[in-house]
Design a protein around this ligand. Structure first.
Ligand code: ATP
Ligand code: MG
Length: 552
């Protein structure tokens, strides 16, 4: 982040806190629940939390908020760590809320001893009813008046597994008439026999999010605990727990969660896409997951740039997916190596080229002075794009057609002489002649042509498969669209191009290299790609074709 940029509201707060000497240094945390893969919304939170620490000379913990055993898995923990690292951030400590289970249990005992928590035998429905509504106060029940000693022995019995799942809960005793529903004796603990990915079967009671989160922040001495707007009503409860227990005064701040057009950000829905086979996996390149974007070829730099550009807001909004693609394009333009790949090929024979073949060179990246050159074999039989040829060229057509001249990229100027059709009437072969003195870099021909085409020497070409991706959904605001979100899945989100020829350099290029296939887009080798079956994912098109399409 540049220094001139004005501070956002959280930076203002931190800057003031530091100036006032409230904290010596700041500590933030990124607190994912390991119940799915991280998505671009999480990337926003990661960039924010780690970015603040970087900017103000503090540090960030990675905390797994693993208090809900049923849905959590080690696979998710591992993927989350890999994703945060890939984005370019290092945490100072790897923490697990489950490591605090004993401590949290002791905190609950302290609240009971202070008369601030009680065991309630009511069912979930009864509790909901007794809570009242935002306009009518809640009503207490007999359990609320249990003595400290009775509560202590019942809560201990809950922990020891003496009761059925759901038979009892521990509730905070705060204020049943509070205008803030969160303060109407919220649940602190529930009984749930479920295997936990770290603590196994040691516990049959688990703390609720509201009890675990603030206390975990305080245990780690987090100074600024940043979460999304829906937690604003929880803030008084967050402060209440810390105050009653006399813990480190962590403070909660809220910002608007990231929403984006043409996709969804809910882990639950993303899981549905995977489990019901609408996409192949969590890292399907169409997914808005960090792993999906990585596989598709997005760079960490471009994602960080995007998060920086959108800034942070105090109100819900929806960001255009094109902005993310703009950031990706901008970065790839600077770093991607240029290569030539022909799809929907048509044969072009240069009748007067009698050298057989020769090695030409082409620059790897015109945007990068240090990019260097690569060797590209040329011969008298080439593949060119079918859509670069017209039998009867229109007036301003600057590509191939009888009598027309073009430059072959990094090679020669050619003139199309004639063409041949197959039995079905399809153009099969184009015949051209070349100008031997028009070689790129040493052109003395004096000829001027408007069009430059990409090509591949037929006998040197290697076959490649291209995955062309489009939006996963066909409506802008998927989350708010009527009915089932899956009805809006774009049926054309993947187009697989199986007849494509590439220049042979691709065979020897490192798998993590980023490419611009000339006139086609940016591409990245898929994780399934092998030397004998090269597969590339289209990261993003060269231009924002989608925006144009929408305006039609
Ligand atoms: P989901 O609804 O997808 O399950 P979540 O908020 O439950 O999301 P967590 O694993 O609890 O997911 O989130 C970890 C952190 O990432 C939290 O601090 C949360 O606020 C933040 N976060 C999650 N989604 C977004 C988003 N769309 N924009 C910004 N931050 C987000
Ligand atoms: Mg959550």
């Amino acid at each position: 982040m540049s220094e001139e940029k004005s501070l956002n509201f959280i930076e203002e707060i931190i800057s003031n806190d530091l100036a006032e000497g409230k904290y010596k240094s700041i500590l933030t945390r990124f607190p994912p629940e390991p119940n799915g893969y991280l998505h671009i919304g999480h990337a926003k939170s990661i960039c924010l939390n780690f970015g603040l620490a970087n900017r103000f000379g503090g540090a960030t913990n990675l905390r797994f908020d693993d208090t809900n055993p049923a849905k959590e898995e080690v696979e998710y923990v591992d993927s989350i760590k890999a994703d945060v690292q890939w984005l370019g951030f290092d945490w100072v400590k790897e923490c697990y809320a489950s490591d605090y289970f004993e401590q949290l249990f002791q905190y609950a005992i302290q609240l009971i001893e202070k008369g601030l928590a009680y065991v309630d035998d009511s069912s979930a429905e009864e509790i909901a009813l007794q809570k009242g509504t935002p306009t009518t106060p809640g009503t207490g029940n007999a359990f609320r008046n249990r003595s400290v000693s009775e509560n202590l022995s019942l809560f201990t019995a809950m922990k020891e597994g003496k009761f059925e799942d759901g038979a009892k809960v521990l509730r905070a005793k705060i204020d049943l008439a509070s205008p803030n529903m969160q303060l109407r004796d919220p649940l602190l603990y529930r009984i749930k026999r479920s295997h936990h990915h770290r603590t196994g079967d040691a516990w049959c009671i688990y703390p609720m999010y509201d009890f675990a989160h603030g206390q975990s922040d305080a245990i780690e001495q987090i100074t600024h605990s940043i979460c999304t707007l829906e937690f604003i009503p929880h803030r008084p409860l967050y402060d209440w727990g810390i105050e009653q227990l006399g813990l480190f005064p962590s403070k909660q701040y809220e910002f608007a969660r990231l929403n984006m057009t043409y996709t969804i950000m809910s882990k639950r829905k993303l899981l549905q896409l995977v489990s019901e086979g609408h996409v192949t996996s969590w890292d399907d390149p169409r997914m808005p997951t960090i792993s999906g974007m990585r596989r598709r070829g997005y760079t960490p730099h471009s994602i960080r740039d995007f998060c920086d550009r959108i800034g942070i807001a105090k109100r819900e909004n929806i960001i255009d997916f094109s902005l993310l693609e703009f950031c990706v394009r901008e970065h790839l333009n600077k770093i991607a190596q240029r290569r030539m790949v022909v799809t929907d090929p048509i044969k072009l024979i240069i009748t007067n080229y009698d050298k057989g073949e020769e090695m030409l060179t082409s620059e790897n990246n015109p945007e990068d002075a240090e990019g260097g050159l690569r060797a590209v074999p040329f011969s008298n039989e080439l593949w060119v794009q079918r859509d670069d040829f017209m039998e009867e060229p229109t007036k301003k057509y600057f590509r191939l057609g009888p009598g027309l001249m073009v430059r072959l990229k990094s090679a020669y100027i050619i003139k199309c002489d004639r063409f041949e059709k197959d039995a079905s009437g399809q153009v099969q072969t184009i015949y051209a002649s070349y100008f031997s003195d028009s070689k790129s870099g040493s052109d003395t021909s004096g000829l001027h042509v408007k069009g430059t085409l990409h090509w591949v020497s037929a006998k040197h070409a290697v076959p490649v498969v291209l995955n062309e991706y489009d939006r996963l959904f066909s409506v802008e605001d998927v989350a708010n669209a009527e009915g089932d979100f899956k009805d809006y899945i774009n049926p054309n989100s993947l187009n697989i191009v199986t007849t494509a020829w590439a220049e042979p350099a691709l065979l020897n290029d490192a798998s993590e290299m980023r490419f611009q296939f000339l006139r086609k887009g940016y591409f990245y080798q898929d994780t399934t790609s092998t030397k004998t079956n090269l597969v590339f994912n289209r990261t993003v098109t060269l231009k924002d074709a989608w925006a144009k399409e929408q305006k039609k």
